[in-house]
Design a protein around this ligand. Structure first.
Ligand SMILES: CC(C)(COP(=O)(O)OP(=O)(O)OC[C@H]1O[C@@H](n2cnc3c(N)ncnc32)[C@H](O)[C@@H]1OP(=O)(O)O)[C@@H](O)C(=O)NCCC(=O)NCCS
Length: 190
């Protein structure tokens, strides 16, 4: 059974399960147009955030085979919540995972999202023995795909006008990392 005992710790961050007390901190950035623009949702009201966080509370930390684990990303030094990250378990048989992330722009540009995402990749490959972890984003979402490139994920696909998104054609990038590529990176051989 995977050891999913929270929290995960990095040099500057603590990734822990969500609590009901986190609603206001999440609303502070989920209400922003800049955060919602390339997501499948519109800027959220406090009630909508409360409903979302209620789902995240169920978490997956305590389950051996969760559908998803949602991480509250907090600063170690003061406990401030700066973002949310999700690891979705997409195919148990083929051990495929997907990451997703939203961060408060008030704490952007300091490498926190990169640091949190590395911890989640390490967690997915290490604790859940995932074979491949991928991430998707709108091709116009430069902050998102640049983050995945900082993680050394490979751009695997560019889907052109393959779907409708918020009233227009969707352009989507897929990025991915294999477990052996992650192991090579950690050994410094890649
Ligand atoms: C995607 C998102 C998380 C990226 O946030 P970000 O602030 O660019 O990412 P990081 O926290 O990793 O910070 C990276 C920046 O900090 C800089 N930085 C400073 N210190 C750093 C460090 N120690 N390590 C890495 N980068 C560091 C980097 O150079 C980079 O700056 P640049 O953009 O000027 O090149 C954020 O834009 C977001 O939440 N967007 C809205 C939600 C969204 O669209 N989510 C994705 C849906 S697919």
């Amino acid at each position: 059974m995977a050891d999913t005992t929270p929290p995960l710790e990095t040099a500057r961050l603590r990734l822990r399960p969500f609590t009901a007390a986190d609603v206001d901190a999440v609303h502070a950035y989920h209400r922003l147009e800049d955060v919602a623009r390339y997501q499948y949702w519109q800027p959220r009201s406090r009630d909508e955030v409360a409903q979302e966080v209620a789902k995240w509370l169920e978490g997956g930390w305590d389950r051996p085979a969760p559908d998803a684990i949602v991480f509250a990303v907090t600063l170690k030094e003061n406990g401030i919540l700066i973002g949310d990250m999700v690891l979705l378990f997409r195919d148990q048989g083929a051990r495929q995972g997907e990451i997703g992330f939203s961060f408060d722009p008030a704490h952007g540009g300091q490498g926190y999202a990169t640091e949190a995402a590395r911890a989640v990749l390490d967690f997915g490959f290490g604790q859940f023995n995932l074979h491949r972890i991928f991430g998707r984003c709108d091709a116009r979402n430069m902050a998102s795909w640049r983050l995945m490139e900082r993680l050394d994920m490979r751009r695997e696909a560019h889907f052109r006008e393959h779907a409708m998104f918020k009233g227009g054609w969707d352009e989507e990038f897929y990025y991915a990392m294999l477990s052996r590529e992650w192991a090579d990176l950690r050994r410094g051989t890649n």
